[in-house]
Design a protein around this ligand. Structure first.
Ligand code: ADP
Ligand code: MG
Length: 406
């Protein structure tokens, strides 16, 4: 099978997916705005060819350039695990008459209002919602939906430009803050815990699924610098209290008509136990999520994804989940360069068997912008068979591991 992989070098996990495709026997051709020599070695060494285009987002120009390439007509599949490239992938499929999501099926993955309309029609519980462009439309939508509500970009990511409006008197301030966003989704605010439902699917059949729990809720994690956000990949994905989310997850895959690949859904669990839809991406979750899923069951989900693409099933199968696995993101105190890391030796001395990875910035390195990247100033990955112990250690890493910058 010959697979055209869009953006094989970026974001971070793409070289691993690219390598996995090659490792199950696919011939992989890259397509991206990075020249072949600038690609990470892992991607460069596994690609049999690479189509270097000027601007990845000028879809017409990219398709024209691709068609000039001799290998283009021999491609069997087009894959893109980076959300902004999903529409380009769909257009290439349509041009080359290839299987996989077309533009009509891709649009609801990229437009949060179209997404919820599809799901409403399937009877799935979404927050009350409305699309709005002008200030007038935003005010009317707020009036219709009531308070508290959320205003967020129609195609946002990473909680950017997402605001809660608690009551009518806060609306003016928030409207001003998101005035630069062309089109927004105005939504009923859902109070609850936030979880994911991630799958590897082939021809609409779910071959693998995962549920992770965000601690705290992403919007809070993005508003309070001093905390250390956690994603907890749960061992007991089949537990009763997550049943409503699992059922919703399956129904959403069906309603969206997703075919083959990775999906990443987010949902809320209210205090009454009701599941409410959040959003879905036709791509894997980011920010180390696939890594912690691998740690939860000693799996290689990069490989499982590639098997789903090439063979339509996961040959490596689903292993038993023996652990909860978590990633804890750290933010330094102060600005500038990292000067001191405190508490790490102690944590490793006491919890060395639970801590799987330490990926903090080193002393002397410049702090990252925590608002721009959830990775912040680095992270630790841990795992434990017991959920309580997992949470306790994640919290301990949150409070006792400290990075100082100046
Ligand atoms: N209707 C809502 N009710 C409560 N919180 C919300 C709602 N919509 C978004 N949020 C908060 O904002 C975060 C980001 O919103 P989301 O729709 O997931 O967009 P993004 O693509 O930025 O992740 C969510 O994880 C949640 O914390
Ligand atoms: Mg989200």
């Amino acid at each position: 099978m010959r697979v055209l992989m869009i953006s094989p070098g970026f974001p971070a996990d793409m070289p691993r997916f690219t390598r996995a495709l090659a490792s199950v026997g696919a011939e992989v051709i890259g397509l991206g705005d990075q020249p072949a020599e600038a690609l990470p070695a892992m991607a460069r060494h596994t690609l049999s060819d690479h189509v270097h285009v000027g601007m990845l987002w000028d879809e017409d120009a990219v398709i024209a350039e691709l068609l000039k390439h001799p290998a283009a007509r021999e491609v069997d599949r087009v894959e893109c695990l980076w959300e902004p490239g999903m529409m380009l992938a769909a257009r290439i499929r349509e041009t080359l008459e290839l299987p996989g999501l077309d533009t009509a099926k891709t649009l609801p993955f990229r437009d949060k209002e179209a997404m919820k309309q599809v799901l409403d029609e399937a009877g799935i519980r979404t927050p009350k919602h409305a699309r709005a462009r002008s200030e007038k439309q935003r005010r009317e939508a707020a009036e219709k939906i009531g308070y508290p509500l959320v205003i967020k970009p129609i195609a946002g990511a990473g909680s950017a430009d997402t605001h809660v409006v608690s009551e009518a008197t806060d609306l003016d301030t928030v409207l001003e803050r998101c005035a630069h966003v062309d089109e927004v989704s105005v939504e009923e605010f859902i109070d609850g815990e936030e979880y994911t439902y991630d799958t590897i699917t082939a021809e609409g059949k779910i071959l693998y699924y995962n549920i992770s729990w965000y601690r705290p809720r992403p919007l809070i994690a993005r508003s309070v610098e001093s905390l250390s956000p956690q994603t907890i990949c749960l061992r007991e994905v089949d537990s009763e209290d997550l049943g409503a989310g699992r059922a919703m997850g399956r129904a959403v895959i069906d309603a969206m008509g997703f075919e083959t690949g990775f999906t990443h859904m987010e949902w809320f669990k209210t205090s009454e136990g009701e599941a409410v839809f959040g959003e879905i991406g036709g791509r894997p979750p980011g920010a180390c999520s696939v890594e912690i899923m691998n740690y939860a069951e000693d799996a290689d989900l990069f490989l499982s994804w590639a098997e789903a693409i090439v063979f339509g099933r996961c040959l490596s199968g689903r292993s038993e989940r023996l652990y909860n696995a978590a990633v804890v993101f750290k933010r330094a105190e102060g600005s500038g360069r990292i000067r001191k890391i405190e508490g790490l030796d102690d944590l490793l001395a006491h919890h060395g068997d639970q801590i799987m990875e330490v990926a903090l910035l080193s002393v002397g390195q410049k702090r990252r912008d925590w608002m721009q990247t959830l990775l912040s100033d680095g992270y630790l990955i841990l795992r434990d068979a017991e959920l309580d112990a997992t949470l306790a250690l994640a919290d301990k890493i949150g409070s006792e591991l400290r990075l100082f910058a100046e």
